[in-house]
Structures are given as C-alpha cells and as structure tokens.
Design a protein around this ligand. Structure first.
Ligand code: SF4
Length: 186
C-alpha cells in the first residue's frame, strides 16, 4: 500500500510517519498555505525537510499559495470551527490531488496527532476531499502519540512553533499566553 501523508510540520511528522511506515510505503506531502507569514512557512518546511533527509523520506511540497487559503476561509474568519474545517479541507484536497496524480492508494494526515485539532473535522474534510479526487482517506487518530512526539521533537532539537499556523491562531495563542502569565502573577 502506498500512502501520501500530509504533514503540517516536522514535530507532528515523527510519530504518524513511524506508525504508518510499519505496514505501508509512505511519502510525505507538505501542503500548508495556511501558515503565515512566509518566513514561518519556510521555517516549518525546512525543519521537516532536515528531518526527512536523515531518514531518506521522500517529500513533495505543494507551492506556497496563501491567497488560496484566504479564499477558502473567506467569510469564516471569526468562526473558528468552520474556519479550521475549511482549512483542513483545502490542505487535504491539495494532497488528495497530488496522491491521485502520483498513483497513491490513500491519503493520511499528521494533523490528528495534535490534541488542539478537531478530529471529527479532520476526518470529514479528508473523506470529502479524497472522495472528490478518487483516492481513499486513511484516518488514524494519532493523539495518543502526542506526548511521545513532543518528547522526540525536543530531544532532536527541532523547531517547535507556538501557534497553529494562520494569523488568527497567532493572535489567539499570544492572548492565551498573556492570560496564563497574568494568572501566574496573581
Ligand atoms: S487555527 Fe490552524 S487549522 Fe484553524 S484555520 Fe488557522 S491554521 Fe487552519
């Protein structure tokens, strides 16, 4: 079985890749037009590529096109759940298209390793996107592997971002950090 694994960043790649590679041939697709700004997109990509080189993992990059993401979430900016689902849908559609062209059997994603992501939303976005492209979506909930992914990425000295990806998530994350800091100082 050949799986094209959508990867959002290096730390999230570690555990899903190893789990899937036990029983399938796995290649990776970096398709993340949601990441802002460009420097951050490149930093996450380069972290992933550096790790992939150490394991001889094949990686395809879908060219960065943030405008496509802006169009995909237009009108949903203030509705986090719907915005995130549109974001998953776009990224997984990009990977599904690559998978169909490349003759892969299925698409999977590292997004489900994160406890901060919407598992049902990932599953439905992946199923819809893959059905359209004519490939299978192989959903696996990797959340139980998050602690190990965190440990390994720290041990490897990988860059670990502190927000999900889009500018909205950067603002939310900064506010949450400020709130936690204020609570500690009380
Ligand atoms: S918070 Fe993350 S998943 Fe949601 S829209 Fe932003 S980048 Fe996409």
């Amino acid at each position: 079985m050949r799986i094209l694994l959508h990867a959002c960043c290096g730390p999230c790649l570690l555990e899903p890749y190893d789990a899937l590679a036990e029983s399938a041939h796995v290649a990776v697709c970096y398709a993340n037009p949601n990441i802002q700004p460009r420097e951050e997109y490149e930093r996450r990509r380069d972290t992933l590529l550096a790790y992939a080189r150490t394991r001889s993992i094949e990686v395809t990059e879908v060219p960065y096109d943030p405008e496509r993401w802006v169009q995909a979430v237009r009108g949903l900016e203030d509705d986090r759940m719907r915005r995130c689902r549109a974001c998953y849908r776009l990224r997984l559609a990009m990977v599904a298209e690559e998978a169909a062209h490349g003759g892969y059997d299925a698409v999977a994603t590292t997004l489900s390793v994160s406890p901060y992501q919407d598992q049902d939303g990932i599953r439905s976005a992946g199923e819809e996107a893959c059905a359209e492209a004519g490939v299978a979506f192989f959903f696996t909930g990797f959340r139980n592997r998050f602690p190990e992914a965190t440990r390994r990425s720290r041990e490897l000295g990988m860059y670990r971002q502190n927000y999900c990806g889009c500018a909205f998530s950067a603002v939310d994350a900064a506010q949450e950090r400020a709130t936690r800091k204020a609570a500690r100082q009380r």
